[in-house]
Design a protein around this ligand. Sequence first.
Ligand code: HSE
Length: 430
Amino acid sequence: MKVGICGLGTVGSGTFNLILKNNSEIERRIGNQICVAQVGCRRDHPDCDLSDVHVTRDVFDVVRNPDIDIVIEVIGGIDVARALVLEAISNNKHVVTANKALIAEHGQEIMVAASEKGVQVKFEAAVAGGIPIVKAIREGMAANKVEWIIGIINGTSNYILSKMTESGGSLSFVDVLKDAQELGYAEADPTFDVEGIDAAHKLTILSSIAFGAPLRFDAIFTEGITQITSDDIDYAGELGFVIKHLGIARNQGDTIAMRVHPCLVAADHMLAQVKGVMNAVVVGGDAAGPTMYYGAGAGSLPTASAIISDVVDIVRSSGANIVENLGFEKSALISKKVVMVGEVVSRAYLRLIVSDQPGVMARISTILSQHKISIESLIQKNARAGYADVVIITNAILEETLDIAVRKLSTMDDVKNDVKRIRIADFFNV
Ligand code: HSE
């Protein structure tokens, strides 16, 4: 099997170098070395010695090269990557990609094309970098009905929230984002990371392979971390929580619910201990129970490790008639009703800035009780002259009901902000 690499950025260069470094180790596993027959890249990479490789500046040369059996797509982006992958498939090549946006948004079309041609499309590197989470779900959990998935699947958001938490309130979101960009963790345009889109792409893929449902990026409720302030982190800490950005998917009856948003997580929960750029995914199976996977969610070599594991899988299964690219036979994918976020029941953190006047708390309590919302914990701090910060932890309540109460609270004369709401992760009793 000959491999062609399209793209020689951080991930492509790591893949090229890791194949060279560990080829003997890989040969011990599969009986052959991996041969990189061609690399398509706009420019050479300073860390790669390309002297023995056929290099082209046009990535489409790679997918048109009749000698190549497996195309590794690591150019990123959507439009060119889609055209490249579809052409590779149409030329009967297997594809390995790290491109979560491509699989989440165009995976259905790509999988249909691959199955018509009888080639494999593999994407271990698209979710949680070096953690073999796709294989864990597809293979390790194959005997289970997977009931839910909860994960920290965006390293940049986790790094920012962790640093804000560790700084004890001295670092703001903007300060840490700048730091993350300088360290190379966040993209130069960090929108996909901090607005939750990157996590939504990954949750789309995880939900499909875990639940046997079509890829539904459009059905994911998505909220990022840009509105989280140091005060929220401090108040959450006082109440026994840390704030994490989570992807949560649930497979219940004939419905699925998928959402990514910031959450208050109990400080003694395992996910609260996942810090910095690390990722972690917990998968709940009806037989195995909860299983947790932890590791580097990004980076050159961790992502390369995932890519090469897919190449190894393809070599090992060469000749077998594998057409279940999403982990289930294609005729067995079941479209499930999507549960909207308003139908989710959870506790919530509410933060209000109120006038420091007698009777305000009574008026707030009245609105909450009119909607049968009770207060589990409450903090009041006189943060500024004439105003107080009020933080409330509610009981578990239907999100639609809480929305109505939050709108009413936000229009009270005594309340000076749009009431902030952060959901609390109660983790299906895990
Ligand atoms: N930008 C992603 C993250 C890494 O911060 O997790 C690649 O998926």
